[in-house]
Write a protein that binds this ligand. Structure first.
Ligand code: FES
Length: 169
C-alpha cells in the first residue's frame, strides 16, 4: 500500500478515537479512498492487518457501502446530484451532457483518463440546482451550457498539463 504520509498519520490518529480498534474500519476505508481513489484488494488486506481483522470482515464493509469504490477512477471526479431538486432542474440532462463531452458513461473512466462521472445524492445545495461537484469544488446552476463550459475548462487544464512534457522533448 502506497499511502501519503498525511493519510498514514490520519489513520493512526483516527484509530485512537475508538475504544475497539475494529470500529475504525469505515473511517480508515474513507481515508484510503480519499488518498488513492478506490479500495483495492491490497487495501483490504492492509486495513485487516492494521485493525487485527480478517480480510473478509473488511471486504464485507467495502461491498456494503455504495460510496466505497473497488475500481480506480479518472484524474478528476465529477459528481452530479440526482436528488429531487436537481433532477427537476435538469440534473439528468447535465449528466448526459458531461458524458457526451468526455465520451464516457457514468462510473467509467473516460478514454483520455481524465474523468469519472457519477450520480450522487443531495449535495446540500438544492436552492442552486442542478449542482455538480468536481473534486472538492461545488458548481451551481449547472445547465447544459454550463456543463459544456466546465468540460471545456477541464479539457483545457488537461492540455495545459500535457504541454510542458511535450515541449521538453
Ligand atoms: S437535490 Fe441536488 S443538491 Fe439537494
Amino acid at each position: 500500500m502506497n499511502l501519503k504520509p498525511e493519510t498514514l498519520r490520519a489513520i493512526d490518529e483516527v484509530i485512537t478515537h475508538y475504544p475497539v480498534k475494529r470500529s475504525a474500519v469505515l473511517p480508515l476505508l474513507h481515508l484510503i479512498q480519499e488518498d488513492v481513489g478506490f479500495i483495492s484488494g491490497d487495501a483490504i488486506e492492509w486495513v485487516a492487518t492494521k485493525l487485527e481483522l480478517e480480510p473478509i470482515n473488511v471486504y464485507e464493509v467495502v461491498t456494503f457501502y455504495p460510496m466505497l469504490r473497488q475500481k480506480p477512477i479518472g484524474r478528476r471526479h465529477i459528481k452530479v446530484c440526482r436528488t429531487l431538486s436537481c433532477a427537476l432542474m435538469g440534473g439528468y440532462k447535465t449528466c448526459e451532457t458531461l458524458e457526451q463531452e468526455f465520451g464516457t458513461h457514468r462510473g467509467e473512466i473516460s478514454p483520455d483518463g481524465e474523468v469519472t462521472i457519477e450520480f450522487v445524492e443531495c449535495l446540500a445545495s438544492c436552492g442552486t440546482a442542478p449542482v455538480v461537484m468536481i473534486d472538492d469544488d461545488l458548481h451551481e446552476n449547472v445547465d447544459v451550457a454550463k456543463a459544456k463550459e466546465l468540460a471545456r475548462r477541464i479539457k483545457a487544464e488537461a492540455a495545459g498539463r500535457a504541454k510542458p512534457a511535450a515541449s521538453s522533448e
